[in-house]
Design a protein around this ligand. Sequence first.
Ligand code: 13P
Length: 338
Amino acid sequence: MEALNVIAAKMVAKGKGILAADESTPTCTKRFESIGVDSTYDTRNEYRDMLFSADGLNEYISGIIMFDETLKQSTTCEQKTPFPDYLASKGILPGIKVDTGAKELAGFTNEKITEGLDGLRSRLVDYYKLGARFAKWRAVITIGDMIPSDACIYSNAHALARYASLCQENGLVPIVEPEVLMDGFHTAEDCYEVSQRTLNVVFEQLLMHHVDLKGIVLKPNMIISALGCSEQANIDRVAELTFKCLKDNVPSDVPGIAFLSGGQSSDLATSHLNKMNEKYMDKMPWNLTFSYGRALQEDALKAWSGSNREDAQQALIFRAHSNSLATKGMAADMMQKS
Ligand code: 13P
């Protein structure tokens, strides 16, 4: 078994980031509906095959998060290589989403708790055998009238910690994802407060559960204004607030932080990451990179439209390359071309 800190370091190596391609079947179906493509076992396989086999992807992408169905699927060419083996042969770490989704939190309105702990140990054993070397669990925190509650933050942080410790017991690096949503009308400063509160409790719980922080990757939101907020924080302000929030609340033992895109446009997700690395790289103890879903796939999905593999792969490579440069604060020129 490779040491967890070695795997985690590979996941967040400078110049590389993680492709989140772990949309559940219902989410993938929604995405396919937007381009008028039927979502079937085979079309989902085709789409993931198109993404994973893009030429040069391994220059920019260290790992790919998959959904259970995808981890068990294979390349569509003659060889029919199982995806985990195919990715490993290209030097890309196979990852697996292991939570079973965010459900209504009983006793609270408009708040969610992520489920999936029951039976997780044996699922992790199976996923490891199939080739997965890291996992993902996403908790969602909503900002609104009098929320998030402490109950929501604590129960989600507790579940994240139990998940993370089970992953480490079974040789998988846990991606710990506490996502403060950008839905609503709140300011970037509100997002800062709630993110700070959440990160504090998450690390308290991780330490309480004996999680080795050198063997995790943190996947947080950036500190941004809500989609409905009338005053949008600019790129410099987002970089400043996000850097401060992480610097003050994320222990330096954590090897890397890989952001989710969370509904930001592809361009903004890259520009924000780029600005943080351009301004603060030498002040951060961890590598700052990306683990985007939509911000890497959106253009590729549109270009693909069910069959156009080459254009879609080009679009994916362009986004992966731009974000790779953003991990070094060097994406400004590339962004002008988008
Ligand atoms: P987005 O980048 O589309 O937010 O997806 C990342 C992810 O993995 C959410 O869990």
